[in-house]
Design a protein around this ligand. Sequence first.
Ligand code: PA5
Length: 358
Amino acid sequence: MNSSENILDSFELIKSIDKSGMLSVVEKFPTQCKEAAKIGDSIKISWDCSSLRSVIVLGMGGSGIGGDILKTVLADELNLPVFVNKTYQLPAFVNNESLVFAVSYSGNTEETLSGFDEARARKARIVAVTSGGELKEKAEKLNYPIVKIPAGFQPRAVLGYLFFPVIIALAKIGLIKDKSDDIHQTIELLDELSKNYSSSNPLDKNKAKQLAVDLFNQIPVIYGSDGLTDVSALRWKCQFNENSKIPAFNHIFPELNHNEIVGWERLKELNEKFSLIFLRDESDHSRLIKRMDVTKELLADSVGNIYEVWTKGKSKLTKIFSSIYLGDFISVYLALLYKVDPTPVERITLLKNRLSET
Ligand code: PA5
């Protein structure tokens, strides 16, 4: 074992780099999801939803990804469109027949607050999901339902708190069928995966640590399938950016077959620094499975390496969370290999501070 790999099996070394304890937060994610489900169960909303025509989730970055998951999970089930709004303005269709979840962990994200104000002006029904800040204040003043979640974490580390109450709320108001079984199975699987990927499981038995070692000094490019693992690919990319502090990119099958595969033809030396990760699922469309197999063959000599990761579980929800969870662990282990504290996101803080000056 070389010295950098050694880091991942040393409790002392991990503690000295992961000063703010991101790894432990990731390890406890299943417990967070259980608590989040309880928060969801305690929500009291008794609206008549028969007039609703759209569901909108407002949220940026770590607070927006829950909306992306929701949209993906509900695509085959909900008869209304789910739209994830990641900017200041809302699309024209948002009106008094829209249900809007305004999700901001800090409660102070200006794009989300701007969307909230527009949604209010258009008389949409609004639920705020936040730990506090201006969003909580505004929602309280206007008597909108608030899903209050615990403060003191990084937004990307509280995906459970930000996501599960929203999907449970949708079931409660009767827009979708009860999701308890899927949620229960997801949490059970996460519990099992947490043991497999956690720091106490050594490198030779730990897939998350092994992939982190493989990806060290590489730029990850994550490919998912449209309508399922595309959302996990986005989460992997963002977690590599924020936890590991490295560039990472994502794209989607089959669209990437119509452009990106050509882009790997030249710049051979540079391309050696990129590793592709295909997030795969057994129930992907048969043509997608074929496309991924052929793409893997075609690109084998064009990039540093190609890895495949298969989802686990039965429901879409479980599959998505199984692949997200592996990526979360890998991104933290990679941070440790780079000897960087995964928690702080200085540039985001700096940028927000600069923007608040004007
Ligand atoms: O991970 C992060 O810190 C960011 O992506 C934030 O989630 C994003 O800036 C939005 O902030 P908030 O989650 O507080 O609304």
